[in-house]
Ligand binder design. Structure first.
Ligand SMILES: C[S@@+](CC[C@H](N)C(=O)[O-])C[C@H]1O[C@@H](n2cnc3c(N)ncnc32)[C@H](O)[C@@H]1O
Length: 251
């Protein structure tokens, strides 16, 4: 069973290979008044800083939590303005009422929410928010490309259990329920951003290497598929965003 240390083991490919979050998402966080100059942000599972960079560029201050040693080192190098704590979301102490916004980018599915939600409720100031989003690598509503057919072929050869169907990844209602669990936060904005990106063969190799449920041989096979298809493939992705407001007190 792959675990979260997969990302740290492949920190270099991670930093190189993961495409950035869509511009529309950053614009929306700004329009909603959640992310602007002076916003105090705590980011959980920050990785190598894919989300941290744009948050800092919006003028916010960032306290970042990342358990992977190699990823935390890259994050410090890439985002020297951020305060970086090496540790898990569950175990890293956070000051009380010190943040306007908590964020988790493609990370919340690794957390024990029974621990993290009450902890964030204490750390986020009254009136503050928790914004959660993730890049889902594959848009079920987009036309199936020849590359996606090859990817589906690789996945179909796995044993049933190891198959990644994206189950839960795009089940936004389920995430709204889970994140609202315990009454600490309540969803105020839910949106899906659909976007496309052209990837070269080497970028396909890096990106698929970072997927925690893909083996090195499978990632290589995906890269070979991209190579066979001309060395560049157009990928269609979805980024669901859930914004939750801190509730004044638990019901
Ligand atoms: C898919 S990566 C996303 C990283 C980064 N947020 C990004 O957008 O690129 C998931 C991250 O969650 C981190 N992670 C896993 N379990 C965690 C936990 N219990 N607490 C905090 N972070 C965790 C991993 O180390 C990894 O950096």
């Amino acid at each position: 069973m792959p675990g979260p240390s997969h990302f740290d083991d492949h920190a270099e490919a991670y930093e190189r290979g993961r495409p950035p979050y869509p511009d529309g998402l950053w614009a929306r966080l700004g329009e909603l008044g959640l992310l602007r100059s002076g916003t105090r942000v705590v980011e959980l599972g920050a990785g190598a800083g894919l989300a941290t960079g744009p948050v800092l560029r919006a003028g916010a201050s960032v306290t970042a939590v990342e358990p992977g040693r190699a990823l935390a080192a890259r994050l410090r190098r890439r985002c020297p303005e951020a305060t970086v704590h090496e540790g898990t979301a569950e175990s890293t102490p956070l000051p009380e009422a010190a943040f306007d916004l908590a964020v988790a980018a493609t990370a919340v599915h690794w957390f024990d929410l029974e621990v993290v939600l009450p902890k964030l409720h204490r750390a986020v100031a009254p009136g503050g928010h928790f914004a959660v989003w993730r890049n889902a690598f594959g848009d079920p509503s987009a036309a199936v490309t020849p590359f996606r057919e090859r990817v589906a072929g690789i996945v179909a050869r796995r044993d049933g259990e190891a198959r990644r169907g994206g189950a839960g990844e795009l089940d936004t209602d389920e995430w709204v329920n889970r994140l609202g669990g315990g009454g600490y936060f309540a969803a105020t904005h839910v949106e899906e951003f659909r976007w496309s990106v052209e990837l070269r063969t080497d970028q396909v190799r890096d990106l698929f290497t970072t997927f925690s449920d893909w083996s090195a041989a499978e990632a290589e096979e995906a890269a070979r598929a991209a190579h066979d298809l001309g060395g560049r493939v157009l990928e269609h992705y979805v980024t669901p965003l859930v914004v939750l407001e801190r509730q004044p007190s638990r019901p």
